[in-house]
Design a protein around this ligand. Sequence first.
Ligand SMILES: *Cc1c(COP(=O)(O)O)cnc(C)c1O
Length: 402
Amino acid sequence: MKAKELIKLEDQFGAKNYKPLDVVLNRGQGIWVWDVDGNKYLDCLSAYSAVNQGHCHPKIRQAMMDQADKLTLTSRAFRNDQLPLLYEELCKLTDSHKMLPMNSGAEAVETVIKCARKWGYETKGVADGQAEVIVCNDNFHGRTLSIIGFSTDENARTNFGPFTPGFKTIPFGDADALEQAIGPNTVAFMVEPIQGEAGVIIPPEGYLQKVRKICTQKNVLLILDEIQTGLGRTGKLLAEEHDGIQADLTLIGKALSGGFYPVSAVLSNEAVLGLLQPGQHGSTFGGNPLACAVARAALKVLVEENMVENAEKIGAYFLSELEKIQHPAIKEVRGVGLMLAIELKEGTPGGARAICESLMRMGILCKETHTYTIRFAPPLIIEQQDIDWAVDKIKTAFDGLS
Ligand SMILES: *Cc1c(COP(=O)(O)O)cnc(C)c1O
């Protein structure tokens, strides 16, 4: 079927909760994807960092096929032979005591909020029903009701209430604001090391170190949502390593499966996940053997093929090349590892969307975030020659802006 007809079907029968670029993809390999007309594109979004390992990585694919032939789902009523191995491998890799497997990122966030509250009541001694979690302005933690309830994005919240109580928002990147906001009922502070959906917002140097210190002093759990920043995206396995700290609870998802399957996890020390008792949390698909086999392979190739190191090296190169682009519409170029963005000056005609559409015509797929920011987040296997090719096109797109 032709692209036009497929787009028509989608618009007719689908809910319009997205506004995708009009490119209909049907094949992917490594850093490249192809549309139904055979046009080839460099993927500079990587499904919001879910395909850090590149599209259809052959080793992850093989693990998925092999496991699909054997056993896919048992539910957690019974044990399976893949989950214990994922537990061990992931905990060793991330220096965690325990992990809890879920499916989507939002589910991991919901899980961690439950766990933090439980810790607050049972360990910290907060009075029943009073637990409070502090989050940041412009956060993105997912789309479920509790999560959008503490979003500051009006479009994400309007007319979806009433919302779950027990959250307080403070400015991102402001450690003093955290110190002031913490009260006797505060159980946790949840934050993205770099705000992804807000437009690759990097906090001031040393922010996470300060935050870690405050949380320790005040007996508040530090939760890092690394669903987007984790698993190599910023040039470290976890972004917390840039600040040399360890969160009490860390959320990962997205690239945990290399894009094959929804897999997420809460990583923790014994003190928090150890509190959960049978029947208090669960998921039919969470920890299923297919998901675990895929995640094990996704982690293995990430390490074996030095993707984290590549993200650090190529990311620095990409940033330096983007910084060379001179155009009056550019307000700022920023990034860590392969999580980069160009922010345009407010009022630039057509905004970031115009640049994204022009790049699409030249064979590069990126997505604007908000109105004026273009994010660049290719798979972590990208090489210098591909960056040179892409930067050339990006320059041309800006020239076309006139
Ligand atoms: C994508 C994302 C989520 C939500 O993950 P889903 O799998 O879409 O539910 C949560 N937090 C961050 C930081 C994300 O980037």
